[in-house]
Design a protein around this ligand. Structure first.
Ligand code: MGP
Length: 190
């Protein structure tokens, strides 16, 4: 019995459990069917809860360099869907950073993923997830949060995110409610 106990302990140590479960999603908007719902191509990829599973998924699939144009990768907390309609996202918004160079997007994406699964944000509970979008004009990363009206929380998250991804230019926060009406104006910047 003592041997079994030791074995269980070793397995748990080796599989570095994360604070919470996360889900990778994939979305290809390049060929939207006429009249189809926006989320028609949204695929629930993989839910994981260990560091090892994370690296395996990241290495094999979820690198922006593997994305075709007009496609998105998402990493969201398990149970939250990466859409405005999800109850956890409905009153939220997003910080956005753009990048005209793929390697920079890829580095910022990885830094953000590690910060999220490593629970680096003081307001970790405020965060829904992050999206990497490859677009013809400019690639971008968006960090989705829950309560857009909570300016103090958003500012703290925005500042921390800039440190993590090593960005000095201003970044903009927009409310999903504005994106829905395509007004898309920035409400906060940091
Ligand atoms: P986008 O993919 O967030 O931005 O939304 P993109 O493609 O960079 O273009 P931008 O210039 O508008 O920023 C593109 C479009 O997809 C939106 O205008 C919506 O029509 C639709 N869309 C995007 N999201 C994230 C959602 C969503 O969560 N729900 C719904 N219903 N539609 C969405």
């Amino acid at each position: 019995m003592a041997t079994d106990g030791a074995a269980v302990e070793i397995t748990e140590k080796q599989s570095h459990k994360l604070e919470r479960k996360w889900t990778f999603w994939f979305d290809n908007q390049s060929k939207p069917k006429q009249g189809a719902a926006w989320d028609n191509n949204l695929r629930n990829g993989y839910t994981f809860e260990t560091v090892q599973e994370f690296w395996c998924l990241y290495d094999q699939v979820f690198k922006p360099s593997k994305l075709p144009a007009n496609a998105d990768f998402h990493l969201f907390k398990a149970g939250i869907e990466p859409k405005w309609e999800d109850p956890e996202c409905a009153s939220g918004g997003r910080w956005t950073v753009t990048s005209s160079r793929k390697p920079i997007l890829e580095t910022m994406w990885l830094e953000t993923l590690m910060a999220l699964i490593g629970e680096q944000f003081d307001e970790a509970d405020e965060i829904c997830g992050v999206v990497a979008s490859v677009r013809q004009r400019q690639d971008k990363l968006s960090l989705w949060t829950k309560n857009a009206a909570n300016e103090a929380a958003q500012m703290s998250i925005g500042r921390k995110w800039k440190e993590i991804i090593d960005v000095t230019d201003k970044i903009i926060y927009s409310f999903h409610d504005d994106s829905k009406t395509r007004t898309s104006k920035g409400r906060y910047n940091v």
